[in-house]
Every structure is written in structure tokens, then in C-alpha cells.
Design a protein around this ligand. Structure first.
Ligand SMILES: Nc1ncnc2c1ncn2[C@@H]1O[C@H](COP(=O)(O)OP(=O)(O)OP(=O)(O)O)[C@@H](O)[C@H]1O
Ligand SMILES: [Mg+2]
Length: 234
């Protein structure tokens, strides 16, 4: 469904991604792991057209995309960005509406609201409150719900559990599982390796802008270099 081939991305003069190749099949849940500054968010941003590609290729459903954020949303990809990026002074519902800006189903807003409210009932209660007044976990729900407003086929999640209380982590994880069972493909960036590997079936490890390891969950868990680097750290 999604394939990155030898992707290179620069931030100004700094090369952030040197060689990223990965793929995500339809219906899969895949993890993208790595230390701070490894290039995880840059990879996610490049997929949705936030950063220009300096080399290599991104293809989605068999087509090369070089895209703008608008086009990537239109083609069925949605990003839940690192740090949520809500508009704190706007209401929950106004934030959700932003997610539907490019959606084909835009004229069906009420149905879209109902769909995300059924996944996150608390957001219905708080729909007229300012997003900035919600707890960290509830704000993360808004960020995920906003992404779902475009009815994506591929959902990119960049550290969705930062600043979220443990109880809400559980709740959000179970909603994400449900969305996944409904057929939405997912690529997840997560710092907590155990949590990530609970959720995904396969993962890539990136280091300094390069993929250094890839494998099924079980293979990673029993890989000595992976275990030495990551397990027991969180
Ligand atoms: N907008 C930017 N301008 C300049 N440099 C950037 C920008 N965004 C990221 N970088 C640099 O690119 C590299 C990769 O950063 P990136 O944010 O992709 O890493 P990350 O794996 O998401 O890290 P973290 O776990 O801290 O979120 C880092 O060296 C970072 O300092
Ligand atoms: Mg990041």
C-alpha cells in the first residue's frame, strides 16, 4: 500500500534521512522505532508531503506521490502529528472540522462527527469546549479524531501517547485496535518499545536517518542487538 524506496530528505543544509526504505501492506500495523532525532517524524512528514523529497521515492497504492499535504489527504493518508498540533483556542468540534477540509465526504460533516463521537464519546460531551482546556489524553483523542474526519485508509501516528495518562492510553489503544480491525492501515511511531510491539505486527528501526533493522515483532523481541539497544530502556 505504502512503499518508501531509498528516501532522502533534507532540512535545509542538514540531511535528516539518508536512506529509508520501508513498506506497509494493506491492513497492517507497522511500527517505526528509533531514538530521539533518528528521523521518525521527518519520515512521517515526508509521506504526507510536508517536506520535499531530495532523493528516492514514495509510492502509495502503486503510484509515486511527491505530494502536497492536500493531495495526500485526498488520496487517503492522514497524519496524527507529533505534539498533536491542535488549535487550543478553537472548540473541539472546530478542530475536528479542520480534518475534513480536503475530504471527499466534506459535505457529509454531521455523519463524520457522529462517527468519531461514537469512537470517542467524551469528545461529544466536550465538543463546544476549547481544545486547549482538555486533558492531554483527551487532546490526543481530538488529534486522532481530526485525522479520522478525512476517512483515511492509511493512518500515520507520531507518538500518540506522549503526555497521556495511563488509563487513557489503554482506552486510545483499544479504539486504535478497533479502527485497525475496521480495515485502516497504520504506521506508528512510539518511544515505548514494549507498548509499540504490543500493538504492531512488524517494525522498522531507524538510526541517524537510515533503516538499520526490520522484522516481525517476535523476531525483533528475540534479536540480541535490538534487545541490547531498546528493551529494558523504557
Ligand atoms: N524543521 C526542522 N528543521 C531543521 N532540522 C530539523 C527539523 N526537523 C527535524 N530536524 C532534524 O532532523 C533530524 C531528525 O529529526 P526528527 O524530528 O525526524 O527525529 P525523530 O526521530 O522524530 O525524533 P524525536 O524522537 O525526538 O521526535 C534531527 O537531527 C532534527 O534535529
Ligand atoms: Mg519525532
Amino acid at each position: 500500500m505504502l512503499a518508501l524506496k531509498e528516501l532522502i530528505v533534507d532540512h535545509g543544509k542538514l540531511r535528516a534521512l539518508w536512506d529509508i526504505s520501508l513498506h506497509v501492506n494493506k491492513g497492517e500495523r507497522v511500527g517505526l522505532l528509533g531514538a530521539n532525532g533518528a528521523g521518525k517524524s521527518t519520515t512521517m512528514g515526508a509521506i504526507v508531503g510536508l517536506y520535499p523529497v531530495a532523493g528516492g521515492e514514495i509510492s502509495y497504492q502503486g503510484r509515486s506521490i511527491s505530494g502536497s499535504p492536500y493531495e495526500s489527504v485526498r488520496s487517503g493518508i492522514a497524519l496524527v502529528p507529533e505534539g498533536r498540533r491542535l488549535f487550543p483556542g478553537m472548540s473541539v468540534q472546530e478542530n475536528l472540522k479542520m480534518g475534513a477540509f480536503a475530504a471527499a465526504s466534506r459535505n457529509n460533516l454531521d455523519a463524520l462527527y457522529e462517527q468519531v463521537f461514537s469512537l470517542f464519546p467524551i469528545l461529544k460531551e466536550k465538543r463546544n469546549q476549547r481544545a486547549g482546556e482538555l486533558s492531554g489524553g483527551q487532546q490526543q483523542m481530538v488529534a486522532i479524531a481530526r485525522a479520522l474526519m478525512s476517512r483515511p485508509q492509511l493512518l500515520l501516528l507520531d507518538e500518540p501517547f506522549i503526555g497521556v495518562a495511563p488509563l487513557l492510553v489503554e482506552e486510545i489503544m483499544s479504539v486504535l485496535s478497533q479502527i485497525s480491525r475496521d480495515g485502516v492501515t497504520m504506521l506508528l511511531v512510539e518511544q515505548n518499545i514494549h507498548r509499540a510491539l504490543d500493538f504492531v505486527s512488524r517494525a522498522y528501526v531507524i538510526e541517524n536517518g537510515r533503516c538499520v533493522l526490520e522484522g516481525e515483532r517476535e523476531a525483533l523481541l528475540s534479536d540480541k542487538s535490538f534487545a541490547a539497544k531498546f528493551l529494558g530502556l523504557d
